[in-house]
Design a protein around this ligand. Structure first.
Ligand SMILES: C[S@@+](CC[C@H](N)C(=O)[O-])C[C@H]1O[C@@H](n2cnc3c(N)ncnc32)[C@H](O)[C@@H]1O
Length: 169
């Protein structure tokens, strides 16, 4: 069910670390993701809706190269705090920011070569889902050294150039 950013923030601010109890059904799908997304070859990972940082901790501890960077973003202040605390030990490799509901995200120098959103798209409006996909494609194009086709996607979901100053840190 789609939630507005405000509804999502209020719900997940209350839900907090109970999110980790969803592992019983999430972990099978996450296992497939880990098996097929070539994380050992990744340089930079962005995760939308990072929740408590559970997947990020696994990636940083076991999957990503030591010099790979991770940025998580979440609309919930509670989730942002929980994930920051969980990832504290990874130092500058990991950063978590508060999303502002605009689907505009900072792009790493050279782009993000992995863009994750795990159990998040079902919560987004169609417009926000399109915007998130557009942001991911923009980032992949930057990572691949290509100039993205700015004609795609047409319509309101094309907030492609992403100045870092637009996010809440
Ligand atoms: C079902 S939880 C999944 C959390 C985590 N990915 C996991 O698998 O454990 C959805 C997460 O997305 C976040 N979220 C929902 N709408 C969002 C939005 N518009 N922007 C950023 N984060 C959002 C919620 O705060 C929550 O942490």
């Amino acid at each position: 069910m789609a939630l507005t950013p405000g509804q999502a923030r209020r719900f997940y601010d209350r839900f907090g670390r109970a999110q980790d109890l969803q592992a019983f059904y999430e972990d099978r799908a996450i296992g497939e993701l880990l098996a097929h997304a070539s994380f050992p070859a990744a340089r930079s990972v962005f995760e939308l809706g990072c929740g408590t940082g559970r997947l990020a901790a696994t990636l940083l501890a076991r999957e990503l190269p030591a010099d790979a960077r991770y940025l998580g973003a979440d609309i919930s202040g509670t989730m942002t705090c929980l994930s920051r605390a969980r990832l504290h030990g990874f130092g500058r490799r990991a950063q978590v920011i508060r999303a502002d509901g605009t689907m505009r995200f900072p792009v790493a120098d050279g782009g993000w070569d992995r863009f994750l959103a795990v159990y998040v798209f079902d919560l987004l409006s169609a417009q926000d889902a399109r915007a998130a996909v557009a942001a991911a494609l923009e980032s992949f194009a930057a990572a691949a050294g290509e100039i993205p086709d700015r004609q795609w996607p047409a319509g309101p979901a094309a907030p492609l150039a992403v100045p870092p100053a637009r996010t809440n840190r």
